[in-house]
Design a binder for this molecule. Structure first.
Ligand code: ADP
Length: 439
């Protein structure tokens, strides 16, 4: 049916049809008894009123028809989305519950739409509503990871349920009326169960393979070390040296892969204790002195007189700082310098640690890529073949887990500065280890 025809039969047009009937009634009963002048006058008046009624009602009808069409289209889009969509008001009364939400939560829209869910309902609520209730009130869910700051919208939260295994990412946005007042919320629910199962399987494979490779490689490494201590000809020495280097490189890659897999599964296992940052940095710088010397690089520590302690996982922090110092030496030039600086908190409760080198530097366009998994700069690939590209990814995760930030500044051919912060206030340390995902 054409839109204009359709409009004529919409309920909003009733007033117009009623008026026409009234008009016909009036005309039928009294019109013919009127004088010719009055006939003309009343005809003009009634037609005028009829015209106004017609214009007004068709306008309202058109608007309503447009709204209905737009709503139907929106309903169609929402119901065909692969992600679940749940819309509810401030009182948690559900208005929209699309078919993807039905599938993910094993519920039927008709039993949900119009229902009001409250925390009080928790007791005595049918078990089938359990998942929905936890999505609406995340405090009830056993495993929840907030990906965004509390109170800020859109809010991204990851839920993980056992039995059956279900991994959901829920994005909550506010629904506002025309005047900008929040009238409800919309939750978009993405089922990531399969995606995460694949990630777990991949990490499991890497973990098993790395463990299996590590044991024999450690044996080979010991064999090279034993030979290294023997009296050898210069040719034999070279062979042993190459063997030692290749084995330690392989062990480092395996260690990096293992750590990456553990980080991605959220089970790197942090143990926080009190750490004296000055002593800690002194130890690492001391350990790297021979490496720096071998590369003809001078290594310095610039620390304040006062000691500064904070809560940290010393083993993990060791991995982080060692990686930065190692890079500073590795990507340096003979005669270059690496300086580790510790700065005490000033305004904010954070200690700042920076590792400055006078090495190759990094091109500006490369800086945003540095902390991504497997990234290796083109400039360094030819010069330094050894490297997994996982070091900085691991470092970033460790710093984030401590509630700190990490960043890099650099001038090509002049050097780079990698800086990170660590909170001195333990309440700024995230409560849980979260699975880090690249932005
Ligand atoms: P890897 O050192 O194993 O390649 P990293 O994750 O530690 O992996 O570093 C990634 C890349 O960042 C390096 O390949 C290099 O291109 C660049 N990079 C890191 N540190 C420095 C540095 N101090 N100077 C110059 N480039 C650096």
């Amino acid at each position: 049916m054409k839109q204009s025809k359709l409009m004529m039969f919409m309920p909003e047009m009733r007033i117009f049809w009623f008026f026409i009937l009234l008009l016909l009634g009036v005309l039928g009963t009294t019109f013919f008894e009127l004088s010719p002048v009055l006939k003309i006058v009343s005809f003009v008046i009634l037609t005028g009123i009829g015209f106004i009624v017609y214009v007004n009602t068709t306008q309202i009808t058109r608007k309503n028809l447009e709204t209905k069409t737009a709503y139907a289209r929106l309903q169609n889009v929402i119901s065909n989305l692969r992600d679940g969509v749940i819309v509810y008001d401030q009182n948690f009364k559900i208005y929209i519950f699309n078919s993807a939400a039905e599938n993910i939560l094993s519920l039927k829209a008709e039993e949900i739409i119009g229902q009001t869910f409250t925390l009080k309902l928790k007791e005595g609520m049918q078990p089938k509503y359990r998942l929905l209730l936890m999505l609406l009130f995340p405090a009830l869910a056993p495993t929840v990871i907030r990906r965004t700051e509390a109170g800020a919208y859109p809010q991204i939260t990851d839920f993980s349920f056992d039995n059956p295994q279900l991994d959901l990412r829920v994005t909550t946005t506010e629904v506002r009326d025309e005047d900008g007042y929040a009238v409800g919320y919309m939750k978009v629910v993405r089922d990531r169960t399969r995606e995460l199962a694949l990630l777990r399987a991949k990490n499991e494979f890497i973990t098993i393979a790395s463990h299996q490779l590590r044991t024999p490689l450690t044996g080979i490494s010991w064999a090279w070390e034993t030979l290294h201590g023997e009296t050898l000809t210069s040719e034999q020495k070279e062979v042993v040296e190459n063997g030692r280097e290749a084995t330690s490189y392989l062990l480092k890659i395996i260690e990096d892969l293992l750590q990456t897999a553990q980080i991605e599964e959220g089970r790197f296992g942090y143990q926080f204790t009190e750490v004296d940052m000055k002593k800690f940095a002194e130890e690492i710088v001391g350990e790297y002195m021979p490496v720096a010397k071998e590369k003809q690089v001078s290594l310095y520590l610039d620390a304040p007189k006062e000691s500064v302690t904070l809560m940290a996982d010393a083993d993990k922090l060791r991995i982080a700082l060692s990686n930065l110092v190692d890079n500073g030496i590795k990507y340096n030039i003979p005669g270059g310098e690496v300086t580790v600086t510790i700065e005490l908190p000033t305004k904010e409760p954070f200690v700042k640690v920076s590792v400055k080198d006078t090495g190759l530097g990094i091109a500006e366009e490369t800086l945003p890529q540095l902390f991504k998994k497997f990234f290796r700069g083109e400039e360094v690939k030819q010069r330094e073949v050894n490297g997994s590209g996982l070091g900085l990814y691991i470092v970033k995760n460790i710093i984030r887990r401590h509630g700190g930030k990490i960043w890099a500044e650099s001038t090509p051919n002049r050097g780079s500065i990698f800086s990170f912060t660590l909170p001195t206030d333990p309440s700024l340390i995230p409560p849980k280890e979260i699975v880090y995902e690249e932005e």
